[in-house]
Design a protein around this ligand. Sequence first.
Ligand code: ARG
Length: 463
Amino acid sequence: MGDDTAHTLWHGRFEGGPSEALQALNDSLPFDQRMYAQDIAGSRAHVTMLAEVGLLTEIERDQILVALDTVEGEFDAGTIRFEPSDEDIHTAVERRVTELAPEAGGKIHTARSRNDQVATDLRLWTKRELGDLAGLVVRFQQTLLDQAVAAGDAHLPGYTHLQQAQSVSLAHHLLAHGWTLARDVDRLLATRERLDVSPLGAGALAGSSLPIDPVRTAELLGFAKPFDNSLDAVSDRDFVAESLFDLALLGVHLSRIGEELILWASAEFGFVTLDDGFSTGSSMMPQKKNPDIAELARGKAGRLVGHLTGFLTTLKGLPLTYNKDLQEDKEPLFDACDTIRLTLLALDGMVSTLTYNTDVMAAQADSPYSAATDLAEYLVRNGMPFRSAHAVVGEHVRHALEGQDSLENLVAGDDRLGPEAAALLRPGMSVRQRTSRGGGAPSATADQLDRFRSLLAALADRI
Ligand code: ARG
């Protein structure tokens, strides 16, 4: 304790140095150093602006810019050396710049605070990251699309209450997840658009008495616009909460896909066979092939929801403006992004290497009972009110289940239904019936595939 007293940013005001316990709790460098490129970009814009408004000479500006290049090179190469006084990434970069350019470096923090600096860095980081993650989701959607195309006319049971309901084409089922993920991409990009505001120039909380130009730094950093209110600029972390929500919901969607794959890969379903490269074995039971990736996709959702609720709780009740509580924004955000990235990549690999056991799917889908609604709709086409039709078919189903006769025979022998209706119970017939827009028949799916293709192209363009 105390050796590095002279190096803290506030050493003028303090007689003693920070205690070890304070440093251990307070320092964010271990996790915020991953924003070094954004921190350096922010400093480049800041000093460029300072020179333009006359607060730095061109020589001073250039000395700082050269030092910033060196520091960035050190970070890139992993040769940067930290000092115990480097509390966070902002402190570390400023300390190193000042070592390299002692005179000019002392001016880098003119009219700037770590409060506007950290908000700027994290917005820049998040802006890039959300675009990257949206790209990975689109890639996974492309996998689902490719598989939907490859599935051709294969069909499987559709479920409600996890009970077989009506059969649908496999392509239809795969695309359902594709459409869900399209909303995730849209949300990530909308969040990215809303966060595109530069907080630089807000200072600690109230702006500056010096003639700085926040419009210019916003422009230099490629932000869509500068902040309007300095108090809001340094205390707003809505973009973190929104990102955490987007990622949590995306994680929830991936967990639902994971759960389905777990079911489908079970011996009881047997709908899919997992590729060896994307499944694991058991240390004890030689016969096992486990869907770990799908289970982790399911499990990681808990952690993502936790980051969202945890961070909202951190924000709740915080008075304006910056409070150190806000330093709790980075770890959940970084972890949520890393978690989604890993999960998407593995799940994409798992899905793209699946073998679909379409015979098993079809055998389940072609249970005559799953065509019961088609029989009722047959009666409706002949003028019977749906409620009565439901009762007529329901009675046949009950009798068939009681063992009176096969459903097909019962239907064929009922003159309101007859052989034409009974033909609907033959394998592969039911799935072809639901041709309404967005429905599960292969013919309706073809149309949907086209619309999904256009949507995917539009989303990819927005990234
Ligand atoms: N490491 C801090 C954070 O992540 C940077 C801002 C520090 N500001 C301050 N007034 N101590 O929030």
